[in-house]
Design a protein around this ligand. Structure first.
Ligand SMILES: [Zn+2]
Length: 181
């Protein structure tokens, strides 16, 4: 049997998110790193280590920034690659971070439990579509029958049919002073 796809299913409360990517690399770290880079579209670097008792890992991701500096990212990526299993499995998080990135300006924040949050909402998508203008929305609608907006972060899909588009721009026109409904 030939396994060549990685299927990731994340379950959060009632919602399930699934991503399928080609396997590239040789280890689970490689597969997951490729998944993160392709699916989240954020350059990522992941290293996993195991002994008989535990698994330890480090994940770094390049967040979108106003000033995009690839040199900074490559330097951090190279430093991350130097971590050894011995260090990863035995040192505290603070020790690992200060040891790996000691030449950088390191700030360690208070630990917080991991929770899933996405800032997308119907209102925000409405605002984006409004700025595109009624005519281009109607063109899209004519071409596709429905306008779909997918959030790349949480996989939610927002659908706009004729009625939703009309409502969007009726509200918009009503907001303008002196307009006639
Ligand atoms: Zn979202």
């Amino acid at each position: 049997m030939n396994f060549n796809k990685l299927v990731m299913t994340l379950t959060h409360e009632q919602e399930r998110y699934q991503g399928i990517v080609d396997l590239c690399g040789h280890t689970l770290s490689d597969f997951l790193q490729a998944y993160l880079s392709q699916s989240e579209q954020l350059p990522s670097c992941l290293k996993l280590f195991t002994n008989q008792h535990r698994v330890a890992g480090i994940l770094i991701q390049k967040l979108p920034a106003e000033i995009d500096d690839d040199d900074d990212w490559h330097r951090i990526e190279l430093l991350t690659q130097t971590i050894t299993a011995q260090e990863m499995l035995n040192l505290s998080v603070a020790e690992i971070i200060t040891r790996l990135y000691h030449q950088e300006d390191v700030r360690i924040y208070e630990q917080k439990p991991v929770t899933f949050k996405c800032s997308c909402s119907r209102d925000r998508i409405d605002n984006v579509l409004e700025t595109m203008g009624r005519d281009s929305m109607l063109d899209l609608l004519e071409e596709k029958g429905v306008v779909n907006v997918d959030c790349e972060f949480c996989n939610l899909s927002y659908q706009y049919k004729q009625a939703e588009i009309d409502k969007l721009f009726i509200n918009h026109i009503a907001d303008e002073p002196g307009s006639i409904q």
